[in-house]
Design a binder for this molecule. Structure first.
Ligand SMILES: [Zn+2]
Ligand SMILES: [Zn+2]
Ligand SMILES: [Zn+2]
Length: 142
């Protein structure tokens, strides 16, 4: 199940909108898949936006902090970033070949996380679960 909402094209930039933030988010909206900081940096250079790699990292971190951008760890250990359309809590189904991403509902994971935390007397502060696979288009190509 996807959670795309109608009013989804407004970039989420947070309160302190800087030129760097705008440039980084614009690239992410255009490419629309999970990207590494290096890939975002390269895309910015192609657009002649003068943003250094360190600034890209710092900008991405600040966007993650305000939940404007989602971060996940790929199976190869890279940190990848995406500007998601869904504002509410969601998970990701990511194609490991082309990076295509579906924003998905956590389904039974939500209840499971609560139950596990309860069982051990933990106060639940969060949980993490991403699904990786090969999308239909990439399967056809293979
Ligand atoms: Zn997301
Ligand atoms: Zn794919
Ligand atoms: Zn969840």
């Amino acid at each position: 199940m996807t959670l795309h909402s109608a009013s989804s094209n407004t970039p989420k930039l947070g309160m302190r909108t800087t030129k760097q933030r705008t440039a980084v988010v614009e690239v992410m909206q255009d490419i629309d898949r999970f990207l590494s900081a290096k890939e975002i940096h390269t895309a910015l250079q192609e657009r002649e936006a003068k943003v250094g790699l360190t600034t890209v990292y710092r900008t991405l971190q600040s966007l993650v902090d305000i939940h404007a951008v989602d971060a996940l760890h790929s199976p190869t250990g890279e940190t990848l970033y995406r500007h998601c359309e869904t504002d509410s809590h969601h998970h990701h189904l990511v194609c490991t070949k082309c990076g295509r991403t579906e924003e998905i509902d956590g389904g039974p994971i939500e209840e499971w996380a609560r139950t596990v935390a309860d069982t051990y007397g933990f106060q639940l502060t969060g949980h993490d679960a991403e699904v990786f696979g090969i999308c239909t288009k990439c399967q056809e190509k293979a």
